[in-house]
Ligand binder design. Structure first.
Ligand code: BV8
Ligand code: ZN
Length: 247
């Protein structure tokens, strides 16, 4: 895989690299993306219809079971070469920040140490009524589990459609735009707001935006570099090409 020499120079001279990721970076780990059709039992549902507070209020059992199915999928897989290459950059660049829309925790598992989870984390649980965080060890066998504090319903600690992103995560992501030299946009359809505004803002701030996606997305036109391919193939090749001596 060949890369433009000026792109490799930009990476080598970067002091702070931000990588904005979506479900596509976990696809090669075997986790279906949001735009992929749901499989099996879930084929008749759309993710957008299940990942909402209304769906949980209307049918908490189905929503909890969908997350249990996704957790089983995620528990069975690990980081792929795309996650690992992003983590490897931390040994080559002064600062690497991962801003992810994913809830699977695979960037941390791959060794990335600065990860901003814009949409929460599927391994966290909280009470839908009193908002208390509920550790896995305290989950009752009920579906959904019952809150040990107020007997309310426990929900996954993710951001649903129609819910605000965690204020601290959003603030941190906005601060990264101020200091990052390079802004990767990897494996996202860039359809979900406000997360999808970050690459646009990065370009507006004069950052070098690099899009990695096997498909065309609306962010192709804002990226100075579009690397057409899979994250698990492009990222390791790019890191090796930019830092051959150490990668
Ligand atoms: C909010 C957690 C306000 C849950 C998720 C109309 C217009 C614009 C916006 C809206 C609108 N109507 C409503 C909205 C707002 C809404 C929204 O954006 N809706 C969309 C559907 C139009 N946004 C919200 O509701 C957000 N909140 O706006 O709140 C507010 C403010 C104050 C007070 C109260 C309220 C909350 C959004 C968060 C929703 N939660 N996830 C869970 O996981 O269950 S979003 C969900 O979508 C995931 O996080 C996912 O990551 C994210 C985005 O999708 P992608 O990651 O991009 O994944 P996708 O499948 O789409 O694409 C995969 C890509 O990978 C593809 O491009 C593919 O080509 C590529 N790919 C495939 N294989 C590979 C690959 N790339 C590289 N390598 C590969 N191997
Ligand atoms: Zn409670």
């Amino acid at each position: 895989m060949d890369f433009a020499p000026d792109l490799l120079d930009i990476l080598r001279n970067a002091r702070h690299i931000a990588t904005f990721t979506g479900a596509g970076v976990s696809a090669e780990s075997g986790i279906p993306t949001f735009r992929d059709a749901q499989t099996g039992l879930w084929a008749k549902y759309r993710a957008e219809d299940l990942a909402t507070p209304e769906a949980f209020r209307r049918d908490p059992v189905t929503v909890w079971d969908w997350y249990a199915w996704r957790r089983d999928l995620m528990r069975a897989v690990g980081p792929n070469p795309g996650h690992l290459a992003i983590a490897a950059m931390e040994r080559l660049v002064q600062r690497v920040t991962v801003i992810t829309q994913n809830v699977d925790g695979l960037h941390m598992q791959a060794g990335s140490s600065e990860v901003i989870e814009l949409h929460g984390n599927i391994w966290h649980n909280l009470c839908a009524d009193c908002s208390a965080s509920v550790p896995e060890s305290e989950l009752t066998a009920d579906i959904p589990p019952v809150c040990p504090h107020c007997q309310g319903k426990v929900r996954p600690g993710v951001v649903w459609f129609g819910e605000a992103l965690p204020a601290q995560a959003w603030t941190r992501a906005a601060e990264v735009l101020e200091t990052a030299d390079v802004f990767f946009c990897i494996g996202t359809s860039s359809l979900v707001e406000p997360a999808a505004s970050l690459p646009r803002d990065a370009r507006a701030c004069g950052r070098t935006v690099i899009q990695i996606n096997p498909e065309v997305t609306s962010h192709d036109e804002i990226a100075q570099y579009v690397l057409r391919g899979k994250a698990g193939e492009v990222m390791p090749a790019l890191v090796k090409a930019a830092w051959p001596q150490v990668a």
